[in-house]
Design a protein around this ligand. Structure first.
Ligand SMILES: [Zn+2]
Length: 207
């Protein structure tokens, strides 16, 4: 259930002092401290925009060029500041393998493996993320109908199979970054291997 709600103000991108409410939960299954952030929810009757964001320390905090997590997070917060929405911040780093394993995977990626091959080489499945706690959080917030902001069909499936009605799916942009360890190959692999619904032409154009 939803436990404590506190007000916070966020500074993201061009925006300062974005008002939000941060919520803690009890009764979650995996023992992690997942939180929800609620933005601009004046009309509680409206079907809310939802995003399930899995923690990525290197992307969210340090804006590493290896992935697009931090840019997706910022885009989501800016959109929700305008339109209202609820961000579920899920503490499942590195698609669920953890930070140190993700660093091991980066070494393998530098040797030519893609993000999925590297995880497989370390003995992990493609994607260990589990969205059942996200479902519990939505239920605790009384949300049975949502609009989902994602490019990832697994997230859509996870919600629908748990009985949450997804009225609409809204894609996020492609955030392409150059550099020696740039994320173009990572983004293309997410499309080709992970069936992410990103526009591959936009990525190629930016090369
Ligand atoms: Zn990331």
């Amino acid at each position: 259930m939803a436990e404590v709600r506190a007000r916070v103000e966020l500074n993201v991108g061009q925006h300062s002092n974005i008002p939000a409410e941060i919520i803690s939960f009890s009764g979650l299954k995996d023992g992690q401290e997942h939180v929800a952030l609620v933005f601009n929810r004046a009309d509680e009757q409206q079907v809310p925009l939802i995003r399930m964001h899995s923690e990525c320390l290197t992307g969210d905090v340090f804006h590493s060029s290896r992935c697009d997590c931090g840019e997706q997070l910022n885009e989501c917060i800016e959109t929700m500041h305008q339109q209202g929405g609820i961000l579920l911040y899920l503490r499942q780093e590195g698609r669920g393998i953890g930070l140190y394993n993700k660093i091991d995977a980066y070494v393998l990626q530098s040797q030519g493996m893609n993000t999925y091959e590297a995880n497989n080489h370390l003995g992990f499945e493609d994607d260990l993320r589990d969205f059942s706690d996200a479902v519990l959080m939505l239920q605790a917030l009384g949300l049975e109908h949502v609009k989902l902001m994602t490019n990832n069909p697994r997230k859509l499936k996870a919600l629908r199979s748990a009985g949450i009605t997804v009225d609409e799916v809204i894609g996020t942009q492609a955030h392409v970054k150059a550099g020696v360890s740039g994320n173009e190959h990572y983004l293309k692999t997410k499309i080709q291997h992970g069936a992410h619904m990103l526009d591959i032409k936009k990525i190629s154009k930016a090369e």
